[in-house]
Design a protein around this ligand. Structure first.
Ligand code: HEC
Ligand code: HEC
Length: 415
């Protein structure tokens, strides 16, 4: 039903102006009792399929050119298949959770409404869901860089007990094999039946088509379009590469910019959350304008205890790697709140206040992090600059996500 109404809408509507790049209800002023929901009904979620194959193949201003063999591997049928798998809610143990429910298209392919997403049957996840926009260019995957190949990475969420919680690799393969439509799509894309490798490759091909650069910043710096940025934004850029030296980790090159050095660093945030005692009483908001004080011990009986996070150390067990996390790209950062590995900061103003104060001092703090003493104007200039990094194709990719099939028949491999 849903799928057919979407495709009707697709045909009627060629403008993407109705596509909103934010949650259906962004909860602005939710603290106040006068709050009114801005929730969009499902009927408003009209998608429009995009030419992902063209997007994946075409170089975009501001990004490095993909290696020739990577371009040659891009395949229309594999992208289409990967897109179907990415949005398919049947690929979790209880057939309700897809990749797209944490990497939500209209929320910057991340999760705007929660600092850490909620997984299988409400289970807690200790880290923030990163965007997968431009993931084609990432050399390291996950906040602790424990993975480096997209085609392999997919098995982590598919199997993690607190994410999609499938019983085994074989169980996922059997589930997919049980659907005649998938069998024919795998045959078309790979000339093979679904297996551990090609399932990953298909999803990876879809993820690699989510390219979002050619932002106003790119047009200004790399496209010689002088008027593309305002004075405030240019001042922010000057601070970013100068006094605030953000670009020592969020790299900008002379021909392209990934806004990451593809390395891991300790900004002190992980140290501070590990070392700060959780208060005994917590303020919980129950409804607009209604809060209650609840004992932490009561919350723990229903919500689970927040796990400690030692970052890269959890992969290497090297003491000097404690609280090191991957430098995230800052492309499309306006769309991917909340921020940092644990979603500690609600907005970019809070991120800038953190850096301005020099992160959190301790013996493992990166030598590149120091007190910057940026005044309020300077902080707001950098925030304005960061908001110029939204890619020109994002709306197209979001509309495409909204048009994707979500998988509405239960697969029963045994029947
Ligand atoms: C329940 C929420 C959830 C689901 C479902 C989920 N993810 Fe994620 N994803 C996350 C979180 C949280 C992280 C960061 C985890 C970490 O770094 O330890 C992440 C990380 C990633 C990364 C690495 C991004 C980076 O910048 O390093 C990729 C790629 C990714 N997910 C793709 C997928 C795919 C593909 C699926 C479906 C097979 C999927 N995710 C399902 C929450 C989710
Ligand atoms: C030492 C390297 C380094 C420097 C210098 C640095 N960053 Fe970061 N940045 C990181 C790392 C590492 C993270 C992830 C940290 C974490 O989650 O604990 C990060 C996270 C961020 C995020 C959150 C992005 C997201 O998707 O969650 C923003 C925004 C950001 N930095 C902006 C800046 C700005 C602005 C500056 C300059 C004032 C700056 N950074 C300087 C390494 C650096």
């Amino acid at each position: 039903m849903v799928a057919s109404s979407i495709s009707n809408a697709e045909q009627k509507d060629n403008s993407l102006s109705h596509i909103r790049l934010a949650p259906g209800d962004d909860k602005t002023r939710y603290q106040q009792s006068s709050y009114k929901t801005n929730s969009l009904s499902l009927a408003m979620r009209r998608g429009q399929a995009a030419k992902l194959y063209e997007i994946a193949k075409t170089p975009q201003l501001g990004l490095p050119v993909l290696a020739k063999d990577a371009v040659e591997q891009i395949d229309r049928n594999k992208i289409e298949l990967g897109r179907k798998l990415f949005f398919d809610r049947r690929l979790s143990h209880n057939k309700t959770m897809s990749c797209a429910m944490c990497h939500i298209p209209e929320q910057g392919f991340s999760s705007n409404e929660v600092s850490r997403p909620i997984g299988f049957e409400g289970r807690a996840i200790k880290r923030n869901a990163p965007t997968i926009l431009n993931i084609a260019f990432a050399k390291l995957l996950f906040w602790d860089a424990r993975e480096n190949q997209l085609a392999q990475q997919v098995w982590s969420p598919l199997l993690a007990a607190n994410e999609m919680n499938n019983a085994s690799i074989g169980a996922v393969i059997d589930l997919i094999k049980g659907d005649p439509e998938y069998l024919s799509l795998f045959d078309k894309a790979f000339g093979q039946v679904p297996d551990m490798l090609n399932i990953g490759q298909a999803i990876a091909q879809y993820e690699r088509s989510l390219i979002a650069a050619n932002s106003r910043f790119d047009q200004w710096l790399y496209g010689n379009s002088e008027g593309a940025l305002s004075e405030q934004e240019i001042a922010g850029y000057q601070l970013f590469i100068g006094k605030a030296s953000c670009s020592s980790c969020h790299t900008i090159n002379s021909r392209d910019a990934l806004f990451t050095d593809q390395k891991l660093h300790n900004t002190g945030l992980g140290y501070s959350t590990s070392m700060t005692k959780i208060p005994d009483m917590i303020t919980v908001q129950l409804a607009p304008g209604v809060t209650a004080q609840v004992e932490q011990s009561v919350i723990q009986t229903v919500g689970g205890i927040k796990e400690n996070d030692l970052g890269r150390y959890e992969v290497t067990t090297k003491p000097s790697d404690r609280w090191k996390f991957k430098t995230p790209s800052l492309r499309n950062v306006e769309l991917t709140a909340p921020y940092m590995h644990d979603g500690s900061f609600k907005n970019l103003d809070d991120v800038l206040a953190f850096y301005s104060g020099g992160g959190v001092e301790h013996e493992l703090l990166s030598p590149l992090i120091r007190r910057l003493n940026l005044n309020k104007l300077e902080q707001s200039q950098i925030v304005s600059f960061l908001k110029t990094l939204t890619g020109s194709e994002v709306r197209t990719l979001v509309a495409d996500g909204l048009a994707a099939p979500i998988g509405d028949t239960i697969l029963e491999p045994d029947e």
